[in-house]
Write a protein that binds this ligand. Structure first.
Ligand SMILES: [Zn+2]
Length: 309
């Protein structure tokens, strides 16, 4: 390679990296001012632009109409051993919903693009799913509808992303058991290997996330959030406190949100959940954890003879 070619290729590489670097935050900024319907439209438009195949799953549960988006490009409908990677598109009422959950959506979009661009990842039993109506007036409606209307015996593991745009401490719920599923064990290995501060805990019942409808049906599933270090310290304190302290804490979040100790929860569902607080580094960290788990999944399939690499 001559000097010109080398410097050209380095230059191209840097441009590419820059393009990739701004990409996830770009999605967050694009999503934060949109309504729930427009957010679903944004995701569909982007997938179509990138030539990524998907199916829409419109639903009506209780009062609300919604639409899940299921990326089908990397998974045949009857594939066994599916890995579902999920995030909710909707925001809560008038909140811009940058961290909750344009952040998770932006990571899923990036993962879908990476899988599409990498030919190794054809037919690998991976489904990327954008759920509608996790919160607001709903109560995990999109994921509940999907879980009720899908053959869950084909699913190995559900990995949900919610609020992944701030900090680099990893919280995973529910609490991972040492004798648990191979995917959760692998997830802990990934986090230890990357020397990331992490904590697994059971979500207090007043909160819901999209892994819960799967968990209730016995499918191994977790939800991942990112928190700044101080938030994580507070979270640990609260979830190990007494029921009374937990109830008091919930009331202070509910009625005195602006002075709540966790910055992520201070913004959650409020008009200050904006992209200015979202870090590309956090989004990239989340993406890298998901990609590590995808590599494990593909290795597992290949050992079972379900996929040829
Ligand atoms: Zn959420």
């Amino acid at each position: 390679m001559d000097q010109y070619t080398a410097s050209f290729s380095v230059h191209t590489h840097i441009i590419r990296l820059r393009r990739i670097k701004i990409k996830m935050l770009h999605h967050v900024k694009a999503l934060e001012q949109r309504s729930n319907k427009e957010r679903v439209h944004y995701v569909k438009e982007l997938l179509t632009k990138r030539g990524i195949q998907y199916e829409c799953q419109p639903f009506r549960l209780r009062l609300l109409k919604g639409e899940n988006i299921i990326v089908t490009d990397f998974c045949k409908s009857n594939s066994k051993n599916q890995l579902l990677i999920t995030a909710h598109t909707n925001k809560s009422f008038s909140s811009p919903g940058a961290n909750d959950n344009a952040s998770g959506v932006s990571v899923l979009l990036k993962i879908a693009e990476r899988l599409k661009n990498d030919k190794l990842f054809d037919n690998t039993s991976i489904k990327i799913i954008f759920f509608d109506h996790e919160d607001g007036l709903a109560f995990v409606d999109g994921s509940t509808y999907y879980a009720k209307n899908t053959d869950l015996s084909l699913v190995n593991f559900v990995f949900n992303l919610d609020m992944v745009g701030m900090g680099n401490s990893i919280a995973i719920s529910p609490e991972i058991q040492t004798n648990g599923n191979s995917y959760t064990s692998q997830l802990l290995k990934i986090l230890s290997h990357r020397k990331l501060e992490h904590y697994t805990y059971n979500l207090p019942p007043v909160f819901v996330e999209d892994h819960i409808p799967f968990m209730k049906r016995g499918v191994p599933s977790v939800s991942l959030n990112l928190f700044p270090k101080k938030d994580m310290e507070y979270l640990k304190k609260i979830v190990t406190s007494s029921a009374l302290a937990m109830a008091k804490d919930y009331l202070s979040l509910r009625f005195n949100q602006t002075s709540y100790p966790m910055i992520t929860m201070r913004h959650r569902h409020s008009d200050t959940d904006i992209s200015e607080f979202i870090s590309e580094d956090s989004l990239e960290l989340c993406e890298s954890i998901v990609m590590d788990l995808i590599h494990y999944h593909i290795k597992t399939l290949s050992n079972k003879g379900d996929v040829i690499l």
